[in-house]
Design a protein around this ligand. Structure first.
Ligand SMILES: [Zn+2]
Ligand SMILES: [Zn+2]
Length: 302
């Protein structure tokens, strides 16, 4: 069986989005389409697809297997996100991606008619094309949006999965330049360009783990315990956390990074908060800096 139509995947599109568009073009529901393609619920979430299924689906959809891979988070595996760690018991080890929900840019949806895979990444907070914040909720009913093609009802590909109203009507909010710069730095990691952390040049996957660990360090020292896990922060919440950790993440050299950490420690005024076991899970550059600061801290005391 081959489908009677073949849509071209959009640049940076997700698999869930591609399936929703295909279902819409065929006048059927996403679930009817994915069931007839022999896909299970776990296989429509745009994360990863095993090679045999990829091959089979590529033939049915009239695409190359590389085009199917590009619709999935596998496009960043393992150089940016290690997807083998998806179910890891320790949250900090899991790849930093929202495994269910997706943000959206109302203007991109309006202009392109499809969803971008990078909207699944909690650290991508703004739209670089439109210089506005990404949205986390439907402007009509407040629901979060899932990036999959398991919906039992027929909606346009740019409608809310809960209330079926157009998400393109969400009010755009201009993003400030610093927030856009942070998202841009995230996109450079995705492209595996220019990745540094705390003044050390490192591979993109290490830098990204360092981003997350820097946030964890900063929040510990601020005694800031957020009720949601990082995967479910809104764009504003995620960027706020990045903004606070940014002096460490983006330090021009290790000495500056160590100075940032010392400044945070002075505000903390408590015994050293990181156990040796904890520190051993950090990436090497952060471990170096923590060890340096700790040596001084130990001599001085809080
Ligand atoms: Zn946009
Ligand atoms: Zn809605």
């Amino acid at each position: 069986m081959n489908l009677p139509i073949r849509l071209l995947p959009g640049a940076g599109e997700s698999f869930g989005s591609y399936l929703r568009r295909t279902a819409h073009a065929l006048g059927t529901t996403p679930r009817m389409l994915t069931t007839s393609l022999g896909l299970t619920p776990g296989e429509t979430n745009s994360l990863l697809l095993d090679p045999a299924t990829t091959h089979r689906i590529a033939e049915l959809l009239g695409l190359r297997t590389s085009e199917i891979d590009d619709l999935h988070a596998t496009r960043w595996h393992p150089t940016v996100l290690d997807l083998r760690l998806l179910g890891h018991p320790q949250r900090l080890h899991r790849p930093w991606i929202d495994t269910l929900n997706t943000r959206f840019c109302p203007w991109c949806l309006d202009e392109n008619g499809y969803w971008r895979l990078e909207w699944r990444l909690p650290w991508i907070c703004t739209c670089d094309d439109h210089e506005i914040w990404l949205h986390d909720h439907c402007p009509h009913c407040g629901s979060t949006q899932r990036d999959d093609a398991w919906a039992p009802r027929a909606t346009t590909p740019v409608s809310c999965l809960s209330c079926a109203k157009p998400l393109t009507e969400a009010t755009p909010e201009e993003a400030d330049l610093d927030a856009r710069r942070r998202t841009y730095a995230g996109q450079r990691l995705l492209a595996e360009e220019d990745s540094t952390i705390a003044g050390y040049p490192v591979p993109a996957d290490t830098a990204l783990r360092g981003w997350r660990q820097s946030i964890a360090i900063q929040r510990t020292l601020q005694r800031d315990h957020h009720r949601h896990s990082v995967e479910h922060w809104t764009a504003h919440e995620a960027d706020r956390a990045l903004e606070q950790a940014w002096p460490l993440i983006d330090a021009p050299d290790p000495a500056t990074a160590a100075a940032v950490l010392r400044r945070w420690m002075l505000a903390y005024q408590r015994p050293w908060p990181f156990s040796a076991a904890q520190v051993s899970t950090f990436i090497l550059p952060l471990r170096h800096i923590l060890d340096d600061v700790r040596a001084i801290w130990g001599a001085r005391g809080p």
